[in-house]
Design a protein around this ligand. Structure first.
Ligand code: DX5
Ligand code: ZN
Length: 331
């Protein structure tokens, strides 16, 4: 997992489409974080690419997550095929005529991330009615249909920060994607508007350029933009770093973990270096993603103190009843 905050999703639209297996290998080797799959049906956009069947065949060829970007008229009609193909997230356009909410619900019910995309001329307010159903907002900074077009800076300025607000209902894991015209010239600007995922197509496939270096550069520039524009010069925290919130005896830790997770924050429970309890078993550590630490403190500090007191009472009672059981020795 790369350091820092921004992630690159490689669009293979501009690769040699006769050899997609090679394209996904190549972007994986170059360090891309995801693969962005541009599906076009020749109706919603004046271009035709590939569909669910191609994605299904590509699925076993790489371990990278698949983000499907469906530029099609009827995503709902064909949704099962894209779910079956193994897409990790599915994003489709708000400008379609089909009903939108049921499709978003089905994507989420299948355990995948659900997203809506907006063309440059579509206002973000079009997404308002669906905000509670969204994991991803994809802002298009070129007209959908073709790779290799120029980045629309005004669209990015208008929409990228506002897209973050649309996802405020999600405590963790919400993503703003920027798609179109991202390269080493535009990455810093987009990063400064807080995007999580930069979709990069043609910039990766320029002849004579080192793809791995291009990906590192784009990520680093986006993080710089974030650091200086949004974060008072503080370097962006790695998104996936976990921090210990508390350590508790196992039965109490489990209960508290469920409570925190009910608020949408994933918790990892680990048998850590905590103190050894009278039952001979060490305390378990509860870890939360660094990006949620402030939120978790705000929400759960009072409960944490109460659970820590419960743990003390339990320890005393255990000793009164059973004495102290020595920890299991080395095997
Ligand atoms: C355009 C696609 C984009 C595009 C990105 O319709 O959605 O994903 O391929 O390519 P570049 O980075 O070349 O704009
Ligand atoms: Zn795309």
């Amino acid at each position: 997992m790369a350091d820092g905050r921004a992630r690159v999703a490689a669009s293979i639209l501009d690769s040699d489409l006769s050899n997609l297996q090679y394209a996904v290998h190549r972007v994986q080797k170059a360090g891309a974080d995801r693969i962005h799959l541009d599906v076009m049906d020749g109706h919603f956009v004046p271009n035709l690419t590939f569909g669910a069947k191609t994605i299904k065949h590509l699925r076993p060829r790489t371990e990278l997550p698949f983000d499907a970007h469906l530029m099609v008229d009827e995503p709902g009609r064909f949704l099962d095929e894209y779910l079956d193909a193994g897409c990790d997230s599915i994003t489709f356009h708000v400008e379609i005529d089909e009903d939108i909410a049921p499709t978003l619900r089905r994507i989420r019910a299948a355990g995948r991330a659900a997203g809506l995309a907006v063309k440059p001329a579509t206002p973000l307010s079009a997404l308002e009615p669906y905000r509670e159903l969204l994991d991803i907002v994809l802002v298009m900074t070129v007209e959908p249909g073709f790779g290799g077009q120029s980045f629309m800076k005004d669209v990015a300025s208008d929409k990228l920060l506002a897209a973050r607000d649309l996802l405020s209902h999600k405590a963790f894991g919400a993503e703003v994607h920027v798609d179109g015209g991202i390269n080493r010239e535009t990455a810093e600007f987009a990063g400064g508007l807080g995007v999580d995922i930069l979709v990069v197509g043609s910039a990766l496939f320029h002849k004579g350029r080192d793809m791995a270096r291009e990906i590192r550069l784009i990520r680093a520039l986006a993080d710089e933009g974030y650091q200086y524009t949004l974060n008072d010069g503080v370097p962006p925290i790695p998104r996936d770093r976990m921090v210990t919130f508390t350590s508790l005896p196992r039965h109490i830790a489990r209960r508290f973990m469920d409570e925190i997770e009910a608020g949408g924050v994933p918790v990892v429970m680990l048998r850590g270096d905590g103190q050894i309890n009278p039952d001979g078993i060490r305390d378990y550590d509860l870890l939360v993603p660094a990006s949620t630490e402030t939120l978790v403190r705000e929400r759960h500090t009072a409960a944490r103190d109460a659970y820590e007191r419960d743990a003390d009472v339990w320890r005393e009672e255990f000793i009164a009843e059973h004495g102290v059981i020595p920890p299991p020795g080395p095997p």
